[in-house]
Design a protein around this ligand. Structure first.
Ligand code: NDP
Length: 396
C-alpha cells in the first residue's frame, strides 16, 4: 500500500526534503508539505512539479499547537512526520505523533525559545510515551547531528575496537557574497555560535568562553581554515553510545569578517533573546535581527564553494593505534542545480529524507525515541552515496 508523508517546515531544509522525497516517490507515496505560511509551501510544490513532474500537496499549520497538528496528521493519514520546522516545535510535533500513533523524525534537538540551550532531556523523556503508542521517534537525522553520528557509528563498527577521541569538523568554505548572513535559520544559528563552548573529556563537560579555542584544520578540497570549538548537540548522545570514548570535541569554521560582525552585534545587544521595550512595543533583538538578515533559503543561487563535514577518530584496533578521517564534501552550486538550495540546507535535508526512507521501508524499526547512531549505520551510509552525499574515508 502506498505510504503517506507529512513534512512540516517550508524553509531551506524543508525545500530539500520535499524535493528529495518527491525524487523517491515510490517510497514516500503521497507527500504533503505544511508550514505556517502556506505560500512558501506552494512555491516549493510548484518548483518540484516543474523539475520532477511530481505533485505534492500543501497545507498551513501552526506547529506550536498540538490540536492543529493532530487534525493535519489525521487529514493526511500520514505514516511519518518529518519535522524540519524549528527546534522550538519539536515537543509539540512529538506530542501530536504520540496522540495519532505516527512515526516522527527531526534534525535538531529541542530548544526552549527563552533559553539558548540545546538538550535532549525533554525529548528522551518521551521514550515511554512513544513505546506505549507503538511508534518510533528518530532524533537528529540531519548532517550534524545526523551523518556525523553515523560516521562515528560506522567507524566503531568497521574500523575500531575502541574509539578514544573524536573531533567533529564542520567547514563551510562557501561564499554568498553578503557581508553577513547565516546559512540556516539566523536565530538558531546565532544562538548556537554566540553560546559558550563545551567539550567532553573523561566523563566531564568542560566549558570554554565563546570562540576561545581555535585550531587550523586542513580540509580536503577546501584548504586550511580557522576552526573554533563550539558545543554541538550530537556530542550529548555520542558520549552515551561510543565505546571507550575519552574525549569528543566539535569545531566549526568561521571567517574573520563573520566573527567581527558577530562581536559588534553582540556588543550592541542585537543577539539578546529577552524582550526589550521599543517605542511602546516589545521586541526581541535577535528576532528583529533575523528579520533584517537575508532569508537563508534565498542564498542558494548566489553561494559558491564547498562544504566539508567529517569526523576525525583515534582509537585502537587489534591492539594497535589507529586514526580514521571520514568526511563528505558538497558543492553549493551543484546542490542548487539539483534542488534549488545551497549545500547547508542540502546536507541537512538529504539525511532527513534518508532516515525517513529507512523507516518507511522498515529497514530501521523500533518503538521509542532513538538517536540515529543507535541503528545499523550501513544502509544509511549506502544511501548517502546514492542520494547525492558521497563520502570518503582516509586512514592516517
Ligand atoms: P528556516 O528558518 O529556513 O525554515 C524554518 C521553517 O519552519 C519556516 O518555513 C517556518 O515557517 C517554519 N516554522 C517555524 N515555526 C513554525 C510553526 N510554529 N509552525 C509551522 N511552521 C513553522 O530554517 P531551516 O530550513 O534552515 O532549518 C530547519 C531546521 O533544520 C531547523 O530546526 C534547524 O535547526 C535544522 N538544521 C539542522 C541541521 C543539521 O545538520 N542537523 C543543519 C541546519 C539546520 P514560516 O516561514 O511559514 O514562518
Amino acid at each position: 500500500m502506498s505510504k503517506k508523508t507529512l513534512i512540516i517546515g517550508a524553509g531551506g531544509v524543508g525545500n530539500v526534503v520535499a524535493f528529495k522525497c518527491a525524487m523517491n516517490e515510490a517510497t514516500f507515496g503521497a507527500i504533503t508539505l505544511a508550514s505556517r505560511t502556506v505560500s512558501k509551501c506552494e512555491v516549493i510544490a510548484s518548483n518540484i512539479k516543474q523539475r520532477t513532474g511530481v505533485t505534492i500537496a500543501t497545507a498551513t499549520v501552526d506547529a506550536d499547537r498540538v490540536d492543529e497538528l493532530i487534525k493535519l496528521i489525521e487529514k493526511c493519514n500520514a505514516d511519518i512526520v518529518i519535522n524540519v520546522a524549528l527546534p522550538y516545535q519539536d515537543l509539540t510535533i512529538m506530542e501530536a505523533c504520540i496522540a495519532t500513533g505516527v512515526d516522527y523524525l527531526d534534525t535538531a534537538n529541542y530548544e526552549h525559545p527563552d533559553t539558548a540551550k540545546f538538550e535532549y532531556k525533554e525529548q528522551w523523556a518521551k521514550d515511554d510515551a512513544f513505546k506505549e503508542a507503538g511508534v518510533m521517534g528518530l532524533l537528529g537525522s540531519g548532517f550534524d547531528p545526523g551523518v556525523t553520528n553515523l560516521f562515528c557509528a560506522y567507524a566503531q563498527k568497521h574500523y575500531f575496537d575502541e574509539i578514544h577521541t573524536i573531533d567533529i569538523l564542520d567547514c563551510n568554505g562557501g561564499d554568498h557574497g553578503y557581508p553577513f548572513a547565516t546559512n540556516f535559520n539566523p536565530e538558531i544559528n546565532l544562538r548556537e555560535v554566540s553560546a559558550k563552548g563545551r567539550y567532553w573529556q573523561e566523563g566531564k563537560w568542560i566549558e570554554t568562553e565563546p570562540m576561545e579555542i581555535m585550531q587550523v584544520w586542513d580540509y580536503p578540497q577546501i584548504g586550511k581554515k580557522d576552526s573554533y570549538l563550539l558545543y554541538h548537540e550530537e556530542m550529548e548522545s555520542l558520549v552515551k553510545h561510543i565505546k571507550g570514548l575519552k574525549r569528543i570535541r566539535f569545531f566549526m569554521t568561521f571567517g574573520q569578517s563573520y566573527l567581527t560582525h558577530l562581536k559588534c552585534l553582540e556588543n550592541v545587544g542585537m543577539l539578546g533573546i529577552k524582550e526589550v521595550e521599543h517605542k511602546g512595543m516589545k521586541i526581541v533583538p535577535m528576532e528583529f535581527l533575523a528579520t533584517l538578515l537575508p532569508d537563508p533559503a534565498s542564498l542558494g543561487e548566489r553561494t559558491v564553494g564547498k562544504t566539508n563535514i567529517g569526523i576525525y577518530a583515534k582509537g585502537i584496533k587489534d591492539g594497535k593505534e589507529k586514526t580514521v578521517y571520514i568526511y563528505q564534501v558538497s558543492d553549493h552550486q551543484k546542490c542548487y542545480d539539483e534542488v534549488m538550495s545551497q549545500a547547508v540546507s542540502y546536507t541537512t535535508g538529504v539525511p532527513a529524507m534518508i532516515g525517513a526512507k529507512l523507516m518507511l521501508e522498515g529497514r530501521w524499526q523500533g518503538q521509542g525515541v532513538f538517536n540515529i547512531e543507535e541503528f545499523d549505520p550501513d544502509p544509511f551510509m549506502e544511501e548517502l552515496n546514492q542520494q547525492g552525499l558521497p563520502w570518503q574515508v582516509e586512514f592516517l
